[in-house]
Design a protein around this ligand. Structure first.
Ligand SMILES: [Zn+2]
Length: 469
């Protein structure tokens, strides 16, 4: 059931492509001038010490009441938008290490840094993109002794700050972001709303704030990994265990369970703040990362490479979609036939991903890590295994070491079978740590069927021809 709502009209209307907001923005008329004025105000820098508490997910758990959580957010987010500090002592709810004090040798010498943003308030009963996903991963990490508690300085959970509105509008239109924020009062009244035309994306009273938190986790990890790479030739790999996911969210709106493009926002941040110009994004979610694709389709400095199941949602990412204008050649879309699995991805990595990255010479690699290509995932029909995800994590880490000083951050996207999601992420941690895979414990070869390798080979040959690889 989809409900239209007044307060979200700017959100849904804009996505339809016919609203005044879109036309005004494009025409450079009064709306443009108004936006520039707002932008000017919002560009004021916020000193680190004036930011809200770093680990908001911890706050959510500790306060344990949605009402208080909302009050807290109103208090703390106000100054994000104004740049002014409110009086009183900043609330502190830290539990991990802070990225703000970098370079921090303990952080720089770790093997894995991760942030946790479970978005417990952003949830809909029986929806696959549920608030049980990130806790399931955390539980698996605990069970497999892959957290800081067991690994000391090897694996560190980082504190982080929410993204600012300015961070988000480096990718998304200001009309969308403010429309979503306004829609929160409606969501607050009704408990849950659907954002019309967003195929289908729900929102609750906390969606806006928790989406800022998810994007902020990615930004903080990028900051920490980049800082670590200045003092350590083998810096830690970052993993943002966040939701809502981001790779379907288009510049003008949410889409496909995704609210803000977490990877895209981090890519713009790394260019703007760290001066790392060339960003290579690998998206191995089973679905095409159309939002990231759209954000950078004309950008020659951000290479977007997506593998996805042919014909799956949202139907974009055809093999001939290669970017346009100055960005022609810096988008690579490889649709894979249903049933593609481990053998396929090993070939794709060796013949497509690695040579493409080697030619592009990135300054950093960001990864849209979707675990819904797993054979057990309910939303699609590829046949990745825990071992496939281990291979991808290990190979991408190695690629980053060879090409860009080891700078690499993973972002959680899809993955809806809680068990395969959790253990595949945990095995990715094993790969980052340089430890053997535990896939044998979880993978059952008896459920796999033959991969369509003839079709896969044809697809690989075709993409190599199109991109002159
Ligand atoms: Zn997906």
């Amino acid at each position: 059931m989809t409900m239209a709502m007044d307060s979200a009209a700017a959100v849904s209307g804009e996505r339809s492509g016919g609203s005044d907001g879109v036309r005004g923005e494009r025409s450079g008329g009064s709306v443009r001038r108004e936006e520039t004025a707002v932008r000017g105000e919002r560009r004021r820098r916020i000193p680190h010490g004036h930011r809200p508490p770093n680990n908001i997910s911890s706050c959510l758990f500790r306060i344990g009441s949605e009402f208080k959580f909302l009050n807290w957010n109103r208090k703390c987010y106000g100054h994000l938008r104004t740049g002014k500090r409110r009086g009183g002592t900043p609330i502190s709810c830290s539990s991990g290490s802070s990225a703000a004090s970098l370079p921090d040798m303990r952080v720089s010498n770790a093997h894995v840094l991760y942030c946790v943003a479970p978005a417990m308030g952003h949830n809909k009963e029986s929806h696959p993109e549920s608030h049980r996903r990130v806790p399931a991963i955390k539980n698996a990490l605990e069970k497999m002794e892959l957290t800081e508690k067991f690994r000391g300085s090897e694996v560190i959970e980082l504190n982080f700050k929410p993204a600012s509105v300015d961070d988000i509008t480096s990718v998304h239109s200001r009309t969308y972001v403010s429309g979503l924020e306004k829609a929160m009062s409606k969501a607050s009244q009704e408990g849950l709303i659907f954002i019309e035309g967003s195929g289908p994306t729900y929102a609750t009273a906390t969606t806006f704030q928790e989406s800022l938190i998810a994007a902020g986790a990615g930004i903080s990890l990028v900051d920490a990994v980049v800082e670590a790479s200045k003092v350590n030739p083998n810096p830690p790999v970052g993993f943002a265990l966040v939701r809502p996911p981001g790779h379907h969210a288009v510049p003008k709106g949410p889409m496909g369970f995704c609210v803000f493009g977490n990877v895209a926002v981090a890519a713009r941040h790394v260019q703007r703040v760290h001066g790392l110009k060339r960003v290579f994004i690998i998206d191995f979610d089973v679905h095409h990362g159309n939002g990231t694709n759209d954000a950078f389709y004309e950008d020659p400095d951000i290479f977007f490479l997506s593998t996805h199941q042919d014909g799956s949602y949202p139907g974009t990412g055809k093999i001939h979609e290669v970017g346009c204008g100055r960005g022609e050649g810096t988008s690579l879309n490889l649709p894979l036939p249903g049933g593609s699995g481990d053998t396929t991805m090993r070939s794709v990595f060796d013949e497509v991903i690695a040579p493409c990255a080697q030619r592009f010479k990135p300054d950093i690699i960001l990864v849209s890590a979707g675990y819904d290509a797993h054979v057990l995932d309910p939303l699609a029909s590829l046949q990745f295994t825990t071992g496939t995800y281990y291979m991808l994590a290990a190979s991408i880490k190695q690629l980053a070491r060879e090409l860009c000083g080891g700078r690499c951050v993973f972002f959680l996207e899809g993955g809806y079978n809680l068990e395969s999601l959790a253990y595949s992420v945990a095995d990715s941690f094993h790969a980052f740590l340089g430890e053997p895979s535990s896939a044998l414990k979880f993978d059952n070869p008896a459920i796999l069927y033959e991969e369509p390798l003839t079709k896969v080979k044809e697809a690989i040959q075709k993409i190599k021809h199109i991109h002159s690889l």
